[in-house]
Design a binder for this molecule. Structure first.
Ligand SMILES: [Zn+2]
Length: 268
């Protein structure tokens, strides 16, 4: 690179925090409210997890305005607050679908392009699915249910077992999305096998663990950072981030609680 070009590149980096972050090799996590996250790796691979992007917590309702390129859509279970906009994203992008085999079949029947929802990327608990030379996903248990109703009104059909995901980014963080779940003892094994940098943990209660349960889960996993999710979307989901902070401090205080706003991005 000529000196002038190098200087221009440097000043561009200084002017653009996003570019500077990429240059530093960080992985960006964006929360879209409820259980919906996108993860962008240093090489620019984008995963959308439980992409209910039109959820009530996020003021921007148009999913297409939020996401550009998506390489993989990960869905933990069949409930509509998690399948969300998955089919529409699959139709708009070339994103492969990562889900339990049965849920992938249901979403394909609902319009997710079949060639993007095959067995190459659907799987089951215990399986690690390579998505690129930089990213793989391990499917892990969750204690919940997973019925799927295509229109959100008719009686649900079998959508496989509910799961969580461990996202491995080469030279980057290990991210554990719990899915919807209660606290369970085998979460300890997740942290033992793959030291977790960032845990995305449900805290709302009623359908999932509450802040006390999530604090116990973070301690079991040994997560360095815990980001609360699945709270406040509806009045029934009463758990709050400050309750989680108090519970983590009371327990062992080891996990750092990072509270995000819908649409906010953090780099790890
Ligand atoms: Zn849910």
């Amino acid at each position: 690179m000529k000196p002038v070009a190098a200087l221009a590149a440097l000043s561009l980096l200084a002017a653009s925090p996003a570019l500077a972050q990429e240059a530093a090799g960080k992985t960006e996590i964006t929360w879209w409210g409820h259980a919906a996250f996108t993860v962008k790796t240093p090489k620019g691979f984008v995963l959308a997890i439980d992409p209910w992007l039109s959820n009530p917590s996020d003021p921007v309702k148009d999913p297409a305005k939020k996401l550009g390129k998506v390489d993989a859509v990960l869905v933990t279970h069949g409930h509509s607050d998690h399948t969300g906009d998955a089919v529409a994203i699959g139709q708009r992008t070339h994103a492969k679908l990562v889900a339990s085999y049965e849920l992938a079949q249901q979403l394909a029947a609902a319009g997710y392009p079949k060639e993007q929802a095959g067995m190459e990327t659907s799987g089951n608990m215990g399986g690690t699915i390579p998505l690129s030379d930089e990213v793989s996903v391990t499917i892990v248990p969750a204690v919940h249910s997973s019925g799927y109703s295509r229109d959100g009104k008719s009686a649900p059909v079998y959508g496989g077992n509910p799961v969580g995901f461990v996202v491995h980014v080469k030279d980057g963080p290990t991210i554990y999305h719990t899915g919807d779940t209660d606290l369970f003892g085998d979460m300890k094994l997740v942290g033992e096998r793959w030291p977790v940098d960032v845990m995305l943990a449900c805290i709302g209660g009623h359908f999932t663990m509450d802040p006390e349960g999530a604090a116990a889960a973070a301690a079991l996993v040994g997560a360095k950072v815990v980001i609360p999710m699945h709270y406040g979307t509806f009045p029934l989901l009463k758990g709050t981030p400050s309750e989680l902070e108090r519970a983590v401090t009371a327990r062992d205080g080891k996990a750092r609680v990072v509270v995000m706003k819908p649409g906010e991005t953090r780099a790890f």
